[in-house]
Design a protein around this ligand. Structure first.
Ligand SMILES: Nc1ncnc2c1ncn2[C@@H]1O[C@H](COP(=O)(O)OP(=O)(O)OP(=O)(O)O)[C@@H](O)[C@H]1O
Length: 898
């Protein structure tokens, strides 16, 4: 997304259409009933108190008179019934920006979960409640007893991830255990007492006192650990509701499981691969954390974003030791984690999909480690029909997990999957349909409203935020689509005395961490963010999520509103809808599409005759290939991954590399070094010498002597350390070795194009469905018995339910038109005035939609007055018209040439 992820597509510009759509009349906004968001599992439920409405995030107030001028009106929530969810239960290829998020974060990650650094001690009673991070359910009837938890001096939390960006070690995240800070300040005070006491000659007495205290602490630590051990043993002896609830209570302080948790935990403990669909904030993490305590081997958790992994690691209870491995980690960090894994210190390992099947990782598992459970978090990423397909998730096919990791049990978890996505995920992970646990995908503590927004959306936002209930809400996220919008909106809000900060993946990691922390500690009231903010964010008291721009799909909408109301209280989600944003997003949805012609050219290059040597290391320089085939980097990567992980394994991907190296010899002569090293000899043989500098292609050198590229890199690094050489590397490239040549290149390229076109169509359909749900909510008919907020909520709830449970492929009306009288004439003029360029129908359609591509970048093509002119005409229709005009153009020129 990364999103993580979080691409926010702001690199692509699209000009607004000349003709805007006629806009439906403005509607009014909402009230709704209040209801607790979660229900606990039946077996462990305490007798429920009569249903209480969830408390609001604001104090109630009459609607502001300001609202009379608005295109919408916000009413106070009433106790209207009908809020119970009848609902059961991004396909942008966002790898580049997800990677950039991973890269930028990698330098900041410093994993230091020392064993036994934190020890929580329990009172000598049998039931201790750890501080529950979030008191969500109405099932937690009694206030948790505070455990007298003490952290050993100098220790850190069990799974604390250091992001020591401001140099204030250990102050980045608030302690999970409030008691800890108290005890720390007690010791700080004791330290002062020591100084004084030493001065008074009483030092020895105090030292004795301290030793006693230390002993007591250790005894208490051991007390808690042994209590947990006993509870684990009890579950091992008999997996029952009682034994599991006891463990839950002891470790997390919760009285009961939420709906779906107990069932999932029991299935996993029974070794049954399970697909778990629970809404955002429902507590999916607990469904692998508890089994991880009980199962004998390691629990591997595959996560799409490093930021998400850090977050999950941070939130592991201290009794579960965790670790993290990602491709963006520094080698020392990875080595340290691997050491801890080998020593059995780590019980839960978070790993990126890229790392999970890497050779070093696998060899370790084959030799000594047992995997009891593989957890596929955000499992929708496995499917190309999801809103957030990650090609690297294709590595997680059950057959590969079985053969490579000997993993028998898989737990796949998501909050947002349509029936089609679920089927694809379950089939890839070989989870039988009977092993599906699916609860409503939408929590019922949301008031969902939509209003039509015109040219002055900023003003609309301000009016909304200054009106009840938003006025009194302490914690708000405003989502927008483009990075520049985050700065613009947050500045506007600040100028209007609302404490707001912008957040997007382009910000330095340090700033992102600071903003998230300030938001979590309520120093910032509003974060204005792109999709980069939020995944996994577990801040209980976010009271409102406002969509300044519409999301690209109902899945994205659900994920983003899912940041609100995680404490179970009624929360408010408002969406500003406008046709301009819808059309811009629709155009962008076409930016990853590929024509058969381009796919064929690409495949021919990948399997070019030069590379017809098995096990030869081939490379594809990203920039030049991207320009040559007019394909974005992430699209090329998707195709290569498909060639590696599809039905036939045509190639094996190798780590990406800067392939062109320029070497300067300083001390010994090149020949002297070549006599000592076969790698240097190969370098001399394969180099072009320019002005005394040796320029060579690393994969070519490695292939010539049957070595790996990493060996060549290691050799030149060693020479550099000895002062023998200096070097520079450029041209990042995909590297691969060919395992099998396609027998029929044409059918392979047509198969690939069909697949990529289906993904493109799916993405556009998701956007149309989102738009249609928003417009339906705006147009919801007036019925006197319900307030407009309640009606809009019901309308959106039913659309969401239909979408996630029904047929996603059903026809959804598009808000684009099929043709325009001047289109073909304009394409003709465009071709005549740009005779020098070689266009494809897709390239012309992109220009007419105002979408840049590697070969036709905005920086150049946005200057033509055709740029974005036909954004409201269906992309496919423009491609067809362009195809006809291109053929006419070629015929005409051929005739002229004769
Ligand atoms: N049985 C329970 N009782 C009370 N609180 C719980 C329970 N289980 C989990 N929680 C709390 O619910 C919150 C959300 O949990 P978690 O982060 O696992 O949700 P999630 O389902 O993974 O959400 P998302 O999909 O948005 O990441 C956490 O603060 C967690 O401690």
């Amino acid at each position: 997304m990364d999103s993580d992820s979080d691409s926010d597509a702001s690199h692509v510009s699209a000009t607004p259409p000349r003709d805007s759509f006629p806009q439906p009349p403005p509607r009014r906004l909402p009230p709704v009933s209040r209801k607790a968001a979660f229900s606990s599992s039946s077996s462990t439920k305490k007798p429920k108190a009569p249903t209480q409405p969830p408390p609001n995030h604001h104090s109630e107030e009459a609607p502001s008179p300001l609202f009379t001028n608005l295109p919408f009106r916000i009413c106070e929530p009433s106790n209207t019934a009908g809020f119970s969810s009848s609902v059961s239960s991004f396909s942008r290829l966002r790898r580049a920006s997800l990677r950039s998020e991973e890269k930028s974060k990698s330098d900041e990650i410093n994993f230091v979960p020392e064993p036994d650094q934190i020890v929580a001690i329990a009172p000598p009673k049998s039931v201790i409640r750890r501080k529950p991070p979030n008191l969500i359910t109405d099932t937690i009837n009694s206030p948790p007893v505070k455990a007298p938890v003490i952290r050993r001096s100098g220790g850190s939390e069990g799974n604390f991830v250091k992001l020591n960006l401001n140099g204030k070690r250990g102050k980045k995240f608030p302690s999970k255990y409030k008691g800890i800070s108290k005890s720390r300040s007690k010791y700080a005070y004791r330290g002062k007492r020591y100084k004084k006491a030493e001065e008074n000659g009483e030092g020895e007495i105090l030292l004795e006192e301290e030793a006693d205290l230390q002993k007591l602490r250790e005894e208490e630590d051991n007390g808690f650990v042994s209590l947990v051990e006993d509870a684990i043993l009890e579950v091992k002896n008999e997996v029952s509701d009682e034994s599991l609830t006891k463990l839950l209570n002891l470790v997390y302080g919760y009285d009961s499981f939420r709906d779906g948790q107990l069932q999932a935990i029991k299935m996993v403990l029974g070794g049954t691969s399970t697909m778990l669909v629970l809404p955002t904030g429902a507590g999916k993490s607990l469904c692998y954390q508890i089994p991880a305590m009980i199962l004998p081997g390691i629990t591997l958790v595959v996560s799409p974003l490093v930021s998400l992994m850090i977050d999950q690691l941070k939130h592991l209870p201290s009794v579960i030791k965790g670790g993290l491995l990602s491709s963006s980690q520094r080698p020392e960090e990875a080595t340290e984690t691997l050491r801890k894994l080998k020593e059995g210190i780590i019980k839960v390992l978070f790993v990126s999909p890229e790392r999970i099947l890497n050779a070093e990782f696998l060899s370790m598992f084959r030799m000594s480690l047992t995997v009891s459970l593989v957890v596929v978090d955000e499992a929708h990423c496995v499917s190309e029909w999801s809103h957030n397909f990650r090609p690297s998730y294709m590595r997680l096919k059950a057959s590969m997990l079985r053969s490579e990791l000997k993993a028998e049990c898989v737990l796949a978890m998501t909050a947002t999957a349509t029936t089609m996505t679920l089927q694809a995920v379950m089939s890839a992970l070989e989870i039988p349909s009977t092993n599906l646990i699916q609860k409503s995908q939408l929590r019922d503590n949301f008031e969902l409203t939509v209003s039509l927004s015109g040219a002055n959306r900023l003003k609309d936002l301000l009016i909304l935020m200054e009106s009840p209930p938003y006025k009194k809400i302490q914690s708000i996220i405003v989502y927008c689509k483009f990075q520049f919008e985050t700065d613009m909106i947050s500045k506007y809000l600040r100028n209007n005395n609302i404490m707001a900060k912008g957040y997007h993946s382009g910000l330095p990691a340090k700033d992102r961490v600071r903003i998230q922390e300030s938001f979590c500690s309520n120093k910032i009231r509003v974060v204005v963010a792109t999709v980069a903010f939020g995944m996994g964010l577990d801040k209980g008291d976010v009271g409102a999520v406002i969509h300044f721009s519409m999301p690209g799909s109902l899945e994205e909408y659900l994920q983003e509103i899912g940041r609100a109301g995680r404490d179970g209280r009624l929360s408010y989600c408002h969406l500003f809808y406008d046709d301009t944003t819808y059309l811009k997003l629709r155009s962008l949805a076409h930016s990853d599409g590929v024509d058969e012609y381009a796919a064929g050219k690409f495949l021919t290059h990948v399997f070019s005759s030069e590379t017809k040597q098995h096990e030869k290391i081939c490379s594809l320089v990203i920039d030049s290939a991207s320009h040559k085939f007019d394909m974005k980097e992430e699209v090329m990567q998707t195709i290569l991954t498909h060639l590696e992980l599809g039905e036939v394994q045509y190639l094996r991907m190798l780590p990406q590399l800067n392939v062109c190296c320029t070497l300067n010899f300083h001390k010994s002569s090149p020949n002297t070094l070549a006599a000592r090293s076969s790698i240097v000899a190969a370098i001399l043989k394969k180099s072009q010498v320019k002005q005394g500098l040796y320029i060579f292609d690393i994969p070519a050198v490695a292939s010539s002597i049957g070595s790996a590229t990493t060996d060549v890199l290691a050799e030149i690094q060693t020479l550099k350390m000895k002062g023998e050489v200096t070097y520079e590397m450029k041209d990042p490239a995909f590297c691969y070795t060919i395992l099998e040549f396609p027998r029929d290149m044409c059918s392979l390229s047509s198969h690939l194009t069909k697949w990529l076109t289906e993904i493109e169509t799916c993405k556009v359909r998701k956007l149309d469905i989102m738009s249609s749900a928003a417009v339906a909510a705006i147009n919801v008919s007036d019925t006197p018995e319900l307030t407009s907020g309640a009606k809009q909520t019901l309308s959106l709830q039913s659309r969401i339910s239909e979408y996630f449970n029904g047929d996603e492929n059903c026809d959804t009306p598009s808000r684009t038109t099929q043709n325009c009288a001047f289109l073909r004439a304009d394409i003709k003029v465009f071709l005549q005035s740009n005779r020098q360029a070689k266009f494809t129908p897709r390239a012309i359609a992109r220009i007419m939609h105002g979408v840049g591509s590697p070969a036709f970048p905005n920086s150049i093509w946005s200057k033509t007055h055709f740029w974005g002119r036909y954004i409201s005409i269906d992309f496919g229709a423009i491609m067809e018209a362009a195809q006809t005009e291109l053929l006419n153009f070629v015929d005409r020129n051929a005739a002229l040439a004769i």
